[in-house]
Design a binder for this molecule. Structure first.
Ligand code: NDP
Length: 336
């Protein structure tokens, strides 16, 4: 297949720092960018060597492109994705896919009806670390899974302390930003997320936006024929001196992944059983976003599936929305 031709919707940090390089490394070509500001679009196109810049989504959709990458703020994803799909473009949409499950479901259905690829840009499930954990669990290396713990507490870089923390951009806050990534890892590992309980707070003195910047969540997973699994996540913008990790506990052992949730895959997988602790070899040399972009291109070609399909993006969103609702109401929220 010839190089996939892309349009970028959103002159964003994540496009600039990760995804443009990943598209190019996966063999794709980027035609241009759309931004809400003409000045920012022009500057972004110049910096990244793109031919076109526009503020008009219809103009972008009229370019000779196969796919769009949407990395605007979360409140814009649904409308932009639906317009791109209706224009016949495959869509790689940043997480969260939408601000409510109904909109995300509609996006997924639209893509299915039109026979187009819709994927959520959850980079973590494509990590070789997480693929190895799924493989070990499926092979019975730790027996029956009982519980999991995700540590995903980080310090939000200064340059990203804008809309994520404020009340004025719908879809801000730590839960839609980070808990949703955790769910993209836990859901394929543990089964169906059935119920969620969360507590969220505002901690940082630099967080003047009013949104929660730290959350702890418990998710109950169910799977036919096995006991329910409890998963616990700690997601934060405020913790500067902690490692990220994933632990999965089973009746016969524990898997611990060190550096499990970072963008750069320098992690380590440790398997503890009655035989002792084994360092499980994993090749983490490849960039996670390149893995994701290559999987997306294969899906368009019909030879593979995305790292996170639209439906998987929807399920991750459902967990995050349930956590938000639980944190707001103080109640456990069930997921259909
Ligand atoms: P940014 O704040 O960098 O970009 C979001 C939007 O904000 C842009 O589309 C742009 O709008 C606007 N914007 C950017 N810079 C400026 C500026 N200087 N002045 C005014 N407006 C500006 O956000 P992120 O890149 O951090 O996040 C974008 C999306 O990507 C989110 O949905 C987020 O959840 C997701 N994300 C995903 C990650 C992953 O690993 N999968 C990691 C980080 C983010 P316009 O397009 O109009 O120019």
């Amino acid at each position: 297949m010839s190089a996939l031709k892309w349009g970028l919707i959103g002159a964003s940090d994540i496009a600039a720092t990760r995804v443009i390089d990943a598209i190019r490394a996966s063999g794709g070509h980027i035609e241009g960018v759309m931004s809400g500001s003409a000045g920012r679009a022009d500057e972004f196109a110049a910096v990244h060597g793109l031919r076109y810049a526009t503020t008009d989504l219809d103009e972008l959709l009229g370019w000779d492109i196969d796919a769009v990458y949407i990395s605007s703020t979360n409140d814009k994803h649904f409308d932009q994705a639906c317009r791109a799909l209706r224009a016949g473009k495959h869509v790689l949409c940043e997480k969260p896919l939408a601000l409510n499950a109904g909109d995300a479901e509609a996006m997924v259905q639209l893509a299915e009806e039109l026979g187009l690829v819709l994927a959520a840009n959850h980079h973590l499930p494509g990590s070789p670390l997480h693929a190895k954990v799924r493989e070990l669990v499926a092979d019975g290396a730790i027996g029956t899974v009982l519980s999991a713990k995700v540590a995903h507490a980080v310090l939000l870089p200064q340059r990203l302390r804008g809309w994520r923390l404020g009340q004025s951009t719908p879809g801000s806050g730590v839960i839609l930003d980070i808990t949703c990534h955790d769910a993209s890892v836990l859901n394929p590992l543990l089964g169906n997320p059935a119920a969620v309980t969360a507590v969220a707070v505002q901690q940082a003195d630099w967080n003047i936006g009013g949104q929660e910047d730290a959350a702890m969540t418990v998710i109950r997973y169910e799977r036919d024929g096995t006991p329910p699994v409890l998963a616990q996540t700690h997601d934060s913008f405020t913790v500067g001196y902690a490692d990220t990790s994933l632990e999965v506990h089973g009746t016969e052992g524990t898997i611990k992944v060190i550096d499990a949730m970072t963008q750069d895959t320098k992690g380590q997988v440790l398997l503890t059983t009655k035989a002792g602790i084994r360092d499980v070899e994993v090749d983490c040399s490849e960039d996670l976003y390149v893995i994701g972009l290559r999987a997306f291109a294969a899906a368009v070609e019909g030879t593979g599936t995305p790292t996170a399909t639209g439906r998987e993006g929807l399920m991750a969103l459902k967990v995050a929305l349930a956590a938000q609702e639980s944190a707001a109401t103080g109640r456990t929220v069930r997921i259909n």
